[in-house]
Design a protein around this ligand. Structure first.
Ligand SMILES: [Fe+2]
Length: 320
């Protein structure tokens, strides 16, 4: 039952045209578009779909406000799809579309689905970075980027008021790995068939909300090109550029008219089942360097990180 990432994130928005422009500026390519919806396809084969929030084809909202109304998870093969169908049918209604996509809800009431996802293999140029005392790139420039072209969906993030539901459903029922925990703040989940630090993050914000979608670019150069282009187009970032300590991810978040934020991300830690989950002091885990210290960070907190196994042995390890 290997879930291999977000196949499709379907947004309910109040202005499809404006949101289409936002994601085109962000670097996504339109696959199909009508007056009712826009379907973007990323190079890995995943999709971001925009529909009007009142579109009757959208499922009932879990979230308050705008954002991702449904997440379709990719799975590695038809056998995995059957396993998920059997597992979730034990305690909820699971339907199957004519194209084979399963649809149901998670324990929060968020609409989710599953379909076979044969991800397109991605490739990146070799990184040659010169440093004092280490000269590795001779007589040539680094690759130039004019604009970012995200290649994959790294993760989606939702708010809730009860993290146990996420742990019980995504870890125990769908075999996501807990990769790290921000103490009393949120749980990072890695899909069984992926190596990114996290493909799903549930944050304890006290309300049902969509927070952001993270779209992966090749490296810091592409991330900076995207950040600069978006700001030139008039889109704004509250946090600016930074790197998360918890996952090493380089980030640039942009406030999205589709709800929450859209994040460029690069250089995320890759993990496998040898990884030992940790519990982090939330603010320390979140910020490494930021252009403008946000109001909730009057000073950078001291380091506080412990192995999850030491504090919460009931949550440690992976589900096999
Ligand atoms: Fe993120």
């Amino acid at each position: 039952m290997a879930i291999n990432g977000v196949h499709t994130a379907i947004f309910g928005v109040d202005d499809v045209e404006l949101c289409t422009r936002f994601f085109i500026d962000f670097g996504l390519e339109v696959d199909t578009a009508t007056a009712e919806f826009t379907d973007f396809k990323l190079p890995e084969g995943s999709h971001v779909i925009l529909r009007h929030k009142d579109d009757p084809s959208l499922p009932a909202p879990y979230i308050e406000g705008l954002g991702a109304r449904e997440v379709i998870w990719g799975v590695d093969n038809a056998e995995s799809l059957k396993e998920i169908e059997a597992e979730l049918s034990r305690d909820r209604k699971v339907t199957r579309d004519t194209d084979g996509t399963l649809r149901t809800i998670d324990d929060y009431g968020l609409a989710i689905g599953f379909r076979v996802f044969e991800r397109t293999l991605l490739s990146a140029q070799e990184e040659l970075i010169n440093s004092p005392g280490r000269s590795v790139r001779w007589n040539k420039h680094r690759q130039w980027f004019r604009q970012a072209k995200p290649q994959l969906i790294h993760h989606v993030v939702f708010g809730c008021n009860d993290l146990d539901k996420a742990i019980n459903f995504y870890r125990n029922r769908l075999k996501f790995r807990i990769t790290d925990i921000a103490r009393d703040r949120g749980v990072f989940f890695r899909a069984e068939g992926r190596s990114d630090h996290h493909n799903l993050f549930w944050a304890k914000t006290g309300k049902a909300q969509f927070l952001h979608i993270s779209l992966g670019v090749e490296n810091i150069d592409e991330l900076l090109a995207g950040a600069n282009h978006m700001q030139r187009q008039g889109w704004q970032s509250k946090l600016g550029l930074g790197r998360h300590r918890i996952s090493s991810t380089l980030y640039f978040y942009i406030t999205s008219p589709a709800g929450g934020e859209a994040e460029y991300s690069a250089d995320t830690d890759c993990l496998n089942d040898d990884w030992q989950p940790r519990i982090w002091e939330p603010l320390f885990g979140n910020q490494h360097w930021v252009a403008a210290l946000p109001p909730f960070l009057e000073k950078l907190p001291d380091e506080d990180v412990k192995l999850l196994a030491d504090e919460r042995p009931d949550l440690a390890g992976v589900v096999r």
